[in-house]
Design a protein around this ligand. Sequence first.
Ligand SMILES: [Zn+2]
Length: 308
Amino acid sequence: MKKWVILLALLLGLLLWIGDRNLNRTPGTEVQINRVETDEIAETAAADTKDTTNAPDAPAGNDSSVRTIQVTPDQIYKGDLVLVNQDHPVHAEGMLSDIAELSRHPELTEGYGLLDNKIQLSERVAKQFSAMVAAAGEDGVNHFLISSGYRDNEKQAELYEEEGPDYALPAGFSEHNLGLSLDIGSSLEAMERAPEGKWLTANAWDYGFILRYPKDKTAITGIQYEPWHFRYVGLPHSQIMKEKRFTLEEYLSYLREQKQIQATIDGRTYDISYIPVTGETAIEVPTDRDYEISGNNVDGVILTVYPQ
Ligand SMILES: [Zn+2]
């Protein structure tokens, strides 16, 4: 009889250990990031015209099937990668146009709660959040709630009064004013200790979201550790930021420095370039691959070319 009790206790211990490991696991995503040398592109392009057997070595962004489009300065201020902080305010262009009151959209709020029925968010971001919550549910983490989403200037000003400059930003300087950020809570306990907080810290990156104000980056973000505040930036950017342990500030500086990088994630290659925009600027985009352009809210745009 005693043996059984010991065995059962051991088994229970093992299960708990596996569960805990599972929660803090490093996902099996393989991320490789390379800088693309501009010279290299030119050389490979030249080689390609002579001998097509060189093609497998060519960077994927080096296709001949490109067309030229014009980027206008207003595009600097909109898109999923715009940097908003105490130095870079939200521009009218940056506010998402699909802001919805979530309580009116039961299809967007499955599997999590809302702190109140006035909470608003971009519909597109809410869809991504739902997908992430569903994935967490498969790991047995399912007590999420959204405590804040999109905030207009009036609400932001109120909050700034209440919370002060360590935790809140003045109206017009908060990501909440874009519709791309949300504060996520757990109905179990404070996010820092809750399984929901731990799961998000480890896994949100694989769903396009980033922990925007990490504990060890307060000197860069200027904001105290906020285990509840997540920002949507989209894939593959969140995965690259996870791999490099970058804040949004650091990631955008890195892109500006590198000019062009290639990120291979689980064998799929993305080409990401930073393009400075002063006036109307001509840029080359592929005709045979999907791409997206986002401003950085400072001085240019990021072109993301998706795998074929
Ligand atoms: Zn927040």
